[in-house]
Write a protein that binds this ligand. Structure first.
Ligand code: FMN
Length: 195
């Protein structure tokens, strides 16, 4: 069974992120994926302070928190990010996570669920640029959570019902993620045989 990690970007105590997260968890429980929720809020990761860039020095961790997270990222065949948008960008704590790692992420696909007045699309576009530099494969389609979901949640509509109109978008993301998880896992396995 393929394993994906879900990165939750928001660190706020009163965050909206828990709604898309709950919906995604329901959908992933019905899918063929095993998954690990990596909540950036819980990580206790220091600001980046390693002596050598991770792309050069693979898996050299200075703290236990960095090592523990590195092992969770290593265990994933692909990723999904749940991201808000602050001033048309993605969050600084998420960037700090990404900057700590390279080999743990490289040659793996990553998809996006954004929320905000433009569905988090500007944050997602920024993330796509950044993950290419990590040698990852950004998934073309994304889920964009907008006003209707915010208002429905505010009005007490259950999460799964509020997010139901986005089901087709999520299906596209998961279908593409599955294709790339399989393709990149096979390619990584071939690489290991050659080594
Ligand atoms: C400093 C700041 C900047 C924001 N900028 C944007 C923005 O550019 N685009 C947007 O859609 N929402 C913006 N928002 C609204 C947040 O995306 C919204 O509060 C969202 O719920 C935050 O995610 P969270 O509740 O999961 O923490 C901004 C909020 C703050 C506090």
């Amino acid at each position: 069974m393929s394993r994906i990690a879900v990165l939750v970007a928001s660190t706020r105590s009163t965050r909206f992120a828990d709604n898309p997260l709950a919906w995604l968890q329901t959908k992933l429980n019905e899918s063929a994926f095993e998954f690990d929720v990596i909540d950036v809020r819980d990580l206790d990761l220091p600001y980046y302070d390693l002596p050598t860039p991770p792309a050069w020095a693979h898996r050299e961790y200075a703290t236990e928190a960095e090592r523990r997270l590195g092992e969770r990222l290593d265990a994933a065949d692909g990723f999904l990010v749940i991201t808000h948008e602050f001033n048309h960008g993605y969050s600084a704590p998420l960037k700090n996570v990404l900057d700590h790692y390279f080999i743990e992420l490289a040659h793996k696909p990553i998809g996006f669920i954004g929320y905000g007045n433009a569905g988090g699309s500007r944050a997602i576009e920024q993330l796509k640029q950044v993950v290419i530099e990590l040698d990852m494969v950004p998934i073309r389609h994304s889920v964009n959570v907008m006003g209707p979901q915010y208002f429905a949640i505010r009005d007490g509509v259950p999460v799964d019902e509020a997010f139901e109109p986005l089901g087709a978008s999520l299906d596209k993301v998961l279908k593409s993620l599955t294709w790339w998880v399989d393709a990149t896992a096979a390619a990584r396995a071939g690489e290991a045989k050659l080594a």
